[in-house]
Design a binder for this molecule. Structure first.
Ligand SMILES: *Cc1c(COP(=O)(O)O)cnc(C)c1O
Length: 399
């Protein structure tokens, strides 16, 4: 379909909740995307931190295709081997005790919140407990996930949400302590805030919250949907802090684009819910689990996390140089291959120029932060090329 026609058709049929860029992507290879005119783009967005292995990673597509030809859906009332394999590999990678596969990140958050509620209920706290979430967090768009997402703009039109959620300041332990009382049953936060602007938790904060939870038998829920799966330079970002959550969520890069998420629980939290408490029709079906299982194999065999540490350091150095060079860049944050540059100006025009003129796919986080969440398999030449194109976009748009 011709591009303008495709865009017009899309606007006719798709519910308008996105302002999309005028690009129609058609295929991908490695860390490159191609539009319907065959134009090549360098992808530093990775479908928002999803395509960790990029497009067409050796062996991945074949593994998914092979499962399609065998069987790709069964009810969760029966066992299937791909889910056992994916589950075992995920537990091994995380050190958690139990896993539940979901269709998305948001749904993993829903399950994590239900564990916290059930755990409190089992303890005899009734239903009158409280949870603490963080300001500027992002946990998803369903009503439960939205309830713990500290963003008025997203929340207000959809009130009332789940009650008894209080919001603390991320990386401010005193603000958590100030909200704490004997009804507090859980704390939920991202280990590295993504949408909120790429803010890694400080070690002091995450350890402090862990200690508060331990003292009160409250659950620590860490959302690793964006920062997990090797992106931070550890398989899961919390592993780089020497703390362990009671419940964690993952999704995005878990299936390398095949829609699968998971919540995982450890210790007593892994036994809080009972048969009948939770379920899903599609979640954990053989197709998505075969994909996740293959992703986890590739991570191990091809040392993806080691690569992230190397190339993440290179990206860090290059973005630091940019920060020194341009007055409009105020801050540089992140870890591994989840990094952000905060600008003193709105980044919309830069991101748009990068895409449309420079053929570089980037995304923002908030109005003045550019977020770098490329495929984990990028090389130094990709970083150099990205920087060149980004500089051109900055010079073009920031006067
Ligand atoms: C993307 C994201 C979610 C929501 O995941 P979906 O798959 O879009 O439902 C939740 N938490 C974090 C930290 C995310 O980045």
């Amino acid at each position: 379909m011709e591009k303008q026609k495709a865009i017009a058709e899309a606007e006719k049929v798709l519910y308008k909740v996105y302002n999309r860029f005028p690009v129609v992507f058609d295929s991908g290879k490695g860390v490159k995307l191609y539009d319907t005119d065959g134009v090549e783009y360098l992808d530093f967005c990775a479908g928002i931190a999803v395509m960790g292995l990029g497009y067409d990673y050796p062996g991945f597509n074949d593994a998914v295709k092979a499962q399609i030809d065998k069987v790709y859906h069964l009810s969760n009332y029966f066992y299937n081997e791909p889910s056992i394999e994916a589950g075992e590999k995920l537990l091994k990678a995380s050190g958690m005790d139990k896993v539940f596969f979901t269709n998305s990140g948001t749904e993993a958050i829903e399950g994590a919140l239900k564990i916290a509620k059930r755990y409190a209920y089992n303890k005899g706290m009734g239903t009158d407990y409280e949870m603490i979430a963080m300001k500027h967090s992002f946990h998803g768009r369903s009503l439960g996930a939205l309830s713990v997402t500290g963003n008025d703009h997203y929340q207000i039109p959809f009130a009332p949400l789940i009650p008894n959620i209080k919001f603390a300041d991320f990386n401010d332990l005193d603000s958590v302590k100030a909200l704490w009382n004997d009804k507090t049953c859980a704390v939920i936060m991202e280990t590295i805030q993504g949408e909120g602007g790429i803010y890694p938790a400080t070690e002091e904060f995450i350890k402090g919250v862990r200690a508060l939870c331990d003292r009160s038998d409250a659950l620590l829920i860490l959302d690793e949907i964006q920062c997990g799966m090797g992106r931070s330079g550890s398989m899961f970002a919390w592993q780089g802090y020497g703390v362990k959550p009671d419940v964690m969520t993952t999704a995005k890069a878990l299936g390398n684009g095949v829609p699968i998420g998971a919540f995982l629980a450890a210790g007593k939290a892994a036994m809080a819910m009972e048969p009948g408490d939770h379920g899903t029709t599609y979640g954990g079906n053989p197709l998505v689990c075969a994909a996740a299982s293959k992703v986890l194999d590739i991570f191990e065999q091809d040392h993806i996390v080691d690569h992230v540490n190397e190339i993440g350091a290179y990206l860090w150095k290059k973005l630091d140089e940019l920060k020194e060079k341009y007055d409009c860049i105020a801050d540089h944050r992140g870890k591994g291959l989840i990094q952000g540059l905060e600008f003193t100006v709105p980044v919309g025009p830069i991101v748009s120029s990068a895409l449309l003129e420079q053929k570089l796919v980037l995304i923002s986080a908030g109005s003045n932060i550019i977020r770098f969440v490329p495929p984990l398999v990028i090389g130094e030449a990709d970083v150099d090329e990205m920087v060149k194109r980004l500089e051109a976009a900055i010079t073009e748009t920031v006067k």
